[in-house]
Design a binder for this molecule. Sequence first.
Ligand SMILES: Nc1ncnc2c1ncn2[C@@H]1O[C@H](COP(=O)(O)OP(=O)(O)OP(=O)(O)O)[C@@H](O)[C@H]1O
Length: 301
Amino acid sequence: MTEIVRVQHVSKTFHDKKAVNDVSFSIKKGEVVAILGPNGAGKTTTISMMLGLMHPTNGDLKLFGLDPSDKKVREKIGTMLQEVSVMNGLKVKELLELIRNYYPNPLSLKELIQLTGLTETDLKTRAEKLSGGQKRRLSFALALSGNPDLIIFDEPTVGMDITSRNRFWKTINQLADQGKTIIFTTHYLQEADDVAERILLFHNGSIIEDGTPAEIKARIAKQAVSFATDDPIHSLEKLNKHAVVTNIYQKNNRVIVQTEDTDAVLALLFEEKVGARQIQIENGKLDEAFEQLTNEHQEAM
Ligand SMILES: Nc1ncnc2c1ncn2[C@@H]1O[C@H](COP(=O)(O)OP(=O)(O)OP(=O)(O)O)[C@@H](O)[C@H]1O
């Protein structure tokens, strides 16, 4: 598979602050990658270096095998940054036409409208008169204008209402199906869990986890089987003796069995005849994993 992004031992220091500290990763064609991490973790700095807006203090960073500021690279990238700045005085349609002209194979205006949900009224409006949410929609259309192979977004859904957000992710999934490579940062962990195939978790300038959302959640092993029963004490006694049960307790008439193997626990419920009803399997949540991983790292420092 073609390597699109290659980051090798990259660091960025501002005065004496190490914002990014010896980070290495590579991203292949067609991957959808979420960059997560608490405030100040180094996400925006990493993205800015990928876009050639900042140079690494140390290390090497290539997109499509070239320097990010190379014209050939710029033609293949679409981006949407946190700050939406649009050119005042132009109508949305004029602005889109202008930007499309910079690219060798732009998307048609019709395609851009269909992908981003810009309305006829939006097209006739001067860019500076758009609402915050409409501006983000325009910014999304501008990012897609050149029909980019690589799309990089920094917190793209901030300020979008639920409908716009759903539409945005639907389009992203559509673009991913076409084989585009997509990298985005977000503080909405559910979005990363739903959309990304891979998560790079940043903390204090370093990558502390790199894996699929399922792998990252599984590493925290907060999986559990819970059930209702007429005799919780009897269930606790019968199940507690099995090694597959890592923890067991009663909560509001339900028995919660924490384990790393929910299938084995399900089998046990029937073998031990505990009279389990309304059985539920909980696979852990990404936000729990996120919090635990960043805390563990904080303690280890
Ligand atoms: N231009 C700059 N000058 C000095 N320090 C900077 C600059 N840009 C970023 N930093 C510092 O580098 C660190 C990483 O910042 P960065 O913006 O990359 O974090 P982030 O993960 O994107 O955070 P957030 O989630 O808040 O957007 C922070 O401590 C920040 O204060």
